[in-house]
Design a protein around this ligand. Structure first.
Ligand SMILES: Cc1cc2nc3c(=O)[nH]c(=O)nc-3n(C[C@H](O)[C@H](O)[C@H](O)COP(=O)(O)O)c2cc1C
Length: 173
């Protein structure tokens, strides 16, 4: 199996992180991988806001929980680092570009021995005033919507792989 395939197959959604911060340079490499993703029409209208601070990550999680009716203990699984991927509002490729970018980021996290999880929760509440105020404070451009974010950190508890669905490939020759 190729090294890339091994990484692809090893990536899991981590749902329990340790509190300590991984080195900042390591985290920035994940963002670099994200930036090298393809982008529709080569527009690259995304922005990556790195929340490299456990307290700030928790503050954002709590605001998201309040805005979405989640329980008070919602905390992005305790990840000390959260990378918010936003995209210029009203751009047709926003969701596709951001999805390509986050997958690169998640794979790079696996390659570098870190856990990661795709987080979908900020998307629907990024225009909630309390959430938006925090996003703006952290550096998300005001004319952007949040597409997704990645919780990142050292793995506290491994996640077992979910079996992949059979019968989803058709080949025609
Ligand atoms: C569009 C999308 C949104 C997701 N949102 C969340 C989320 O908000 N919280 C979460 O714990 N996992 C989220 N996930 C992770 C999926 O639940 C996970 O990828 C799936 O169960 C397969 O497990 P694996 O990633 O370990 O292979 C999301 C994945 C995708 C692709």
């Amino acid at each position: 199996m190729s090294e890339l395939m091994q990484i692809i197959r090893a990536r899991r959604s981590t749902r329990a992180f340790r509190a300590e911060l991984p080195p900042r340079e390591q985290v920035m490499q994940l963002v670099e991988a994200a930036e090298w993703a393809p982008s529709g029409m080569g527009k690259f209208l995304w922005h990556f806001t790195v929340v490299y601070n456990a307290e700030k990550s928790l503050r954002l999680a709590r605001a998201v929980a309040a805005a979405t009716g989640r329980g008070e203990d919602y905390n992005f699984y305790g990840a000390p680092v959260n990378i918010v991927i936003s995209y210029k509002r009203d751009e047709i490729h926003a969701f596709l570009d951001a999805s390509a970018a986050i997958e690169n980021l998640l794979l790079m996290a696996t390659e570098s021995g870190l856990g990661s999880c795709w987080i979908n929760q900020i998307r629907d509440c990024c225009d909630d005033p309390a959430v938006r105020a925090i996003l703006t404070e952290y550096g998300v451009p005001e004319d952007h919507i949040v597409i997704c974010s990645a919780a990142v950190g050292y793995i506290e508890k491994e996640t077992p792989a979910k079996p992949r669905k059979a019968g989803v490939v058709t080949v025609t020759e």
